[in-house]
Ligand binder design. Structure first.
Ligand code: DON
Length: 310
């Protein structure tokens, strides 16, 4: 295990070198996100022992967006088990944009991955729940257990998403018509939209990664929040589809399971060792934070972590 000074130095270097790297633009199809200051940036590591190392705008709470898909997948796995989730949603890359309708059409309506919008709406619909509020509260509770009790819904962001999410509503109905949705389609889309509309800090995001790194034991709260059998499934899904169309490039250059969100967050997991998270709003053309990818890659590279290294 590396000493904490070495990790802090890697975190500081990543932020210094890439915290203001040029390129990319804020997501603007969700109006709330278009107005977030683009120069914000932060990076954090949470180790499997619960040590926290960070740099930059670490108190800023940003939109979780697609990273929420990991938390809902975790809950679907707890509720249904790995085989059922693979059969009902899938575990493959789509090779297409995160909200692709064509990907659905090409596979008989099966979402293929729980980490694209279609698969995440299907995951939300799988959660065992008495009603909409129960479904939402179980999903929020999983975000809090994996990350921190301070994670909460932004009413303003949720309003911004709920009033513009027509494409996702269409996806929900397509899933339903193909037999790949497991509750009322508009309930699934509503709850999925809420799960994307929570705010968290970069340290809370890195804590999620650390919890996935330790087989489901949150090293900060010390609570076992997932079955250890499920975390390898989640990390495999992250490897295949965590950065959408460029998941292969990420595996090739960084070699760690990752997950991005259009709020500018990005998470990577070093199994058994740590979660690495970064945040900065400008995105590349597929929807991954430009600076976030560079900061996470820099830390992994400096510390020598790559799953495919012998
Ligand atoms: O459903 C959407 O389009 C957004 N709420 C989340 C998409 C997202 O974060 C994709 N990520 N890179």
């Amino acid at each position: 295990m590396l000493d904490l000074n070495t990790i802090q130095s890697a975190v500081d270097t990543a932020h210094r070198d890439f915290g203001q790297a040029p390129g990319g633009a804020n997501a603007d199809y969700i109006p709330f996100l278009a107005n977030i200051p683009s120069d914000l940036s932060a990076v954090a590591v949470v180790t499997a022992q619960g040590d926290i190392l960070s740099a930059g705008d670490i108190h800023y709470r940003f939109a979780i967006e697609s990273i929420s898909k990991v938390c809902t997948l975790a809950l679907a796995l707890e509720d249904w088990g790995a085989e059922a989730v693979q059969q009902k949603i899938g575990a493959d890359a789509t090779g297409m944009p995160f909200n692709s309708v064509m990907a659905l059409e090409l596979h008989g309506g099966k979402p293929l991955s729980p980490l694209v919008n279609a698969g995440a709406i299907a995951s939300a619909s799988l959660i065992k729940a008495k009603n909409t509020e129960d479904r939402w509260s179980r999903i929020l509770s999983m975000q809090r257990k994996l990350g921190s009790a301070h994670i909460k819904l932004s009413a303003q962001l949720n309003e911004s998403e709920q009033t513009t999410n027509f494409h996702n509503r269409a996806i929900a109905w397509l899933l339903y018509s193909a037999g790949y949705l497991y509750c009322d389609p508009m309930e699934a889309c509503d709850v999925y939209t809420r799960q994307c509309s929570t705010l968290l800090t970069t340290v809370e995001l890195a804590t999620m990664g650390a919890t996935l790194a330790t087989g489901g034991l949150n090293p900060v709260s010390k609570e076992q929040v997932l079955s250890a059998n499920n975390t390898p499934r989640i990390l495999a899904d992250m490897t295949m589809e965590g950065l959408y169309d460029t998941s292969g490039d990420w595996a090739y250059t960084v070699g760690l399971p990752g997950k991005s969100g259009v709020g500018g967050g990005i998470l990577a997991v070093v199994p058994g060792v740590m979660g690495i998270a970064a945040f900065s709003p400008p995105l590349d053309e597929v929807g991954n934070s430009v600076r976030g990818q560079k900061m996470v890659a820099s830390i992994a590279n400096t510390l020598g972590y790559n799953l495919y290294k012998s």
